[in-house]
Design a binder for this molecule. Structure first.
Ligand code: BJW
Length: 245
């Protein structure tokens, strides 16, 4: 059996797509685990933990300022994988949700509206006290203040770091519970809770499909796994969905 048999058997199909850094790689955004445990030459614990931020806030602001600037520079654009998923949402209306671990905004720029950013967003900052988020496209520095407290308190990047609880977990669980098809794209399966979604989707009787450049850590848990670049695999997947749904 393949996912095409599932598509053929359903008149309506609830699809949940989990995306990771691999879907944005061909847009020019580096993935996380390509550089021997270093992200842009930094140790993970220095730039992606609350402890790292407390120890050296300037380094962390600079790290995310550079990544935000790259994202908004005009050099980075949605690639054919993002664009295909947006076409699918347009055709299926409310039956597809993208749960992304990515902090870029390429799904939205391609046209998807049903997007959940479980690890936060680069183009946003949040109050370090209330956690209230606000759009942020400029440089973010220790002197910037929120609008929700009086007097304003410092803002931090709106990123979920290690040890923090990802966003919208209840909504994600509900979507997985109702899913007929769970598709994991461009993620190594190293980081929880996202790495556990395949197991939960299996328990909820969804068909599970992995589309990744290489087999992920959790590959054996998927009913089906296909390898290749997202810019090829995703347009092919979407074209089959549009053909059979
Ligand atoms: C292509 C491609 C192409 C390349 N086409 N494919 C021990 C056991 C279990 C869990 C833990 C544990 N110890 C600690 C934990 C928990 C911890 C964790 O998982 N740690 C692991 C490292 C072990 N997790 C957490 O702390 C999370 N919080 C949490 O668990 O809270 C508890 C809780 C949860 C739920 C309910 C209640 C309580 C928080 C995790 C936050 C992760 N944040 C980051 C950093 C964001 C900052 C930033 O962006 O700088 O998010 S980590 C980083 O990894 C980032 C990513 O979103 C995430 C996932 O990475 P991803 O997307 O998979 O990227 P890569 O690079 O790993 O893989 C890319 C893949 O693409 C590869 O496979 C390539 O082959 C492929 N590829 N080109 C297709 N063209």
């Amino acid at each position: 059996m393949t996912y095409i048999d599932i598509l053929k058997s359903k008149s309506e199909c609830n699809i949940v797509v989990l995306t990771g850094a691999g879907i944005s790689a061909e847009s020019g955004i580096k993935t996380f685990r390509d550089g021997n445990g270093l992200w842009e030459n930094h140790k993970v614990e220095d730039v992606a933990t609350p402890e790292g931020f407390a120890a050296n806030p300037s380094l962390v602001y600079k790290f995310y300022n550079e990544r935000r600037a790259q994202l908004l520079s005009g050099e980075v654009h949605p690639n054919p994988a993002h664009i295909a998923l947006a076409e699918l949402e347009k055709a299926l209306k409310s039956n597809i949700w993208i749960v992304t671990q990515n902090v870029d905004n390429l799904h939205e720029r391609a046209g998807n509206q049903n997007v959940i950013h479980m690890h936060g967003e680069l183009a946003s900052a949040k109050c370090a006290v209330t956690n209230q988020a606000q759009n942020w496209v400029a440089e973010l520095n220790a002197s910037d203040r929120c609008h929700c407290c009086s007097p304003g308190t410092p803002l931090r990047p709106n990123i979920v770091w290690f040890g923090e609880i990802p966003y919208n977990m209840e909504k994600i669980e509900t979507l997985l519970f109702d899913a007929d098809l769970f598709v994991s794209i461009g993620t190594s399966g190293n980081v929880y809770p996202a790495a556990g979604f395949v197991s939960f989707a299996n328990q909820c009787n969804a068909y599970t499909l992995e589309l990744n450049l290489e087999p992920s850590n959790g590959q054996t848990q998927f009913a089906e796994s296909r390898q290749g670049p997202a810019s090829e695999l995703i347009p092919e997947f979407v074209s089959n969905c549009l053909k059979y749904l």
